[in-house]
Design a protein around this ligand. Structure first.
Ligand SMILES: Cc1cc2nc3c(=O)[nH]c(=O)nc-3n(C[C@H](O)[C@H](O)[C@H](O)COP(=O)(O)OP(=O)(O)OC[C@H]3O[C@@H](n4cnc5c(N)ncnc54)[C@H](O)[C@@H]3O)c2cc1C
Length: 377
């Protein structure tokens, strides 16, 4: 069995699958190593849907990245014949001064993104699944929608394999070390590999594996609910745009009914509970369900019927909630992609391209100055 590669990708979830594809498509002999199945439900990239939107309330610097992501997702659909991206329109709503509304509007204006501004009452009238306070404000962005994360991972893996990458699942990496000759040695439960370069895309496990990321990638437990709508027609993808909604204190996000017979939504950072991903309570608890149901009953009352499904997931938060995309200063043969802070999936296709470029070329054509490791020095 081959144990020598040009590049190894550690962690084949949302970002690692894309990175393996972009490395392999550049002719690089690539190995992707994943500790669980591909795909699986233990990390950050499961649960049927992930929002994609052009408006970026987090920071306008994300807009060029998401534009590139849309192109690459459509390209991956063409290449694999898989259905990955559904356009439903997207809502960013909340009090006028909220970051979700005002930041979204700012990014639309700065980047000339097609949008409309609606009052809460106009929004509720146009999309009757919603029942937001009339005085809330909303940016409606017609290109918003959702990705199917499991299909995206499978699509990237198929494309990576077609380009020559080897992918191994159920093989946890236990250790890695830079070698004296500037390469890297990676030890798994089954084998020891060597490569010219390593890309670490280990999600919520990043700070356990990479000493340089200690304290910079905090895993936070998430819970999602799917409730059966009592007015089902209001929650189908044709009539219900995806949303991010700031209530004042916190913000929530949600989706039309897709694949599971329920309206899906969650609260950003849920109970703000930092966890060890290997010890986390995986089973949703009654308090989790109550928090989510209370929200739906208030703002989406016709979406708040019987519970169809609950699921836990993990955010991996950086201190400023911006991504970390960089080479390690003392080991430039090691590149990290981490800290996606609950808003990374939509960018995975472009992040894979960027991580491949950083790893191979030491630079990328995208402006990633917001994402450097030295901002935490
Ligand atoms: C509930 C929820 C809702 C979200 N909603 C959205 C949304 O609507 N839109 C959006 O854009 N983003 C959203 N996000 C964020 C987005 O899903 C994440 O930013 C993204 O999935 C992170 O991908 P990743 O590759 O970093 O992590 P993962 O996909 O978890 O991949 C990391 C991989 O590394 C593997 N790994 C870890 N340790 C090892 C090891 N030792 N050896 C081998 N493999 C290892 C893991 O098993 C895992 O497969 C959401 C996240 C959650 C949890």
């Amino acid at each position: 069995m081959n144990t020598e590669y040009d590049a190894i990708v550690m962690g084949v979830g949302g970002m690692g699958s894309a990175t393996a594809y972009h490395l392999a498509s550049r002719g690089v002999d690539t190995l992707g190593i994943e500790r669980y199945d591909i795909p699986h439900t233990m990390g950050s990239s499961h649960g049927n849907t992930r929002i994609i939107r052009k408006a970026q309330y987090e920071h306008p610097a994300y807009v060029p990245l998401v534009n590139r992501s849309y192109e690459l997702w459509r390209g991956l659909e063409d290449r694999t014949g898989r259905d990955l991206l559904h356009v439903t329109g997207g809502i960013d709503a909340g009090p006028e001064e909220s970051q979700v509304f005002s930041g979204s509007l700012r990014s639309c204006k700065e980047h000339d993104i097609e949008h409309e501004v609606l009052s809460g009452s106009e929004l509720n009238e146009r999309f009757p699944g919603y029942d937001l306070p009339p005085e809330h404000c909303a940016v409606y962005q017609p290109d918003g929608g959702f990705l199917i994360p499991e299909q995206c991972i499978i699509g990237h893996i198929e494309a990576a394999q077609q380009a020559g990458a080897e992918i191994r699942a159920r093989e946890p990496v236990s250790d890695y070390e830079p070698t004296k000759d500037g390469r890297v040695r990676v030890t798994t439960r089954k084998e020891v590999y060597e490569a010219d370069r390593l890309v670490v895309t280990a999600g919520a496990w990043s700070q356990k594996l990479v000493p340089e990321l200690a304290g910079l990638v905090e895993p936070v437990r998430q819970v999602l609910a799917w409730l059966q709508p009592t007015a089902p027609g209001r929650f189908n993808p044709e009539r219900f745009p995806v949303f991010v909604h700031a209530t004042g204190e916190s913000h929530y996000y949600g989706f039309p009914v897709y694949d599971v017979p329920g309206f899906k939504f969650g609260k950003f950072n849920h109970l703000d509970r930092a966890v060890d991903p290997d010890e986390m309570e995986r089973e949703p608890l009654p308090e989790d369900e109550k928090l989510l149901r209370d929200y739906a009953e208030q703002y989406f009352p016709t979406g708040a019927g019987p519970t169809m499904k609950l699921s836990t997931c993990l955010f991996a938060n950086s201190p400023d909630r911006h991504f970390i995309l960089d080479r390690l200063p003392d080991s430039p043969q090691i590149t990290v992609g981490a800290g996606f802070s609950g808003h990374g999936f939509k960018f995975a296709s472009a992040i894979g391209e960027i991580l491949a470029e950083i790893s191979l070329d030491g630079e990328t054509k995208q402006d990633i100055s917001l994402f450097s490791l030295d901002r935490f020095d």
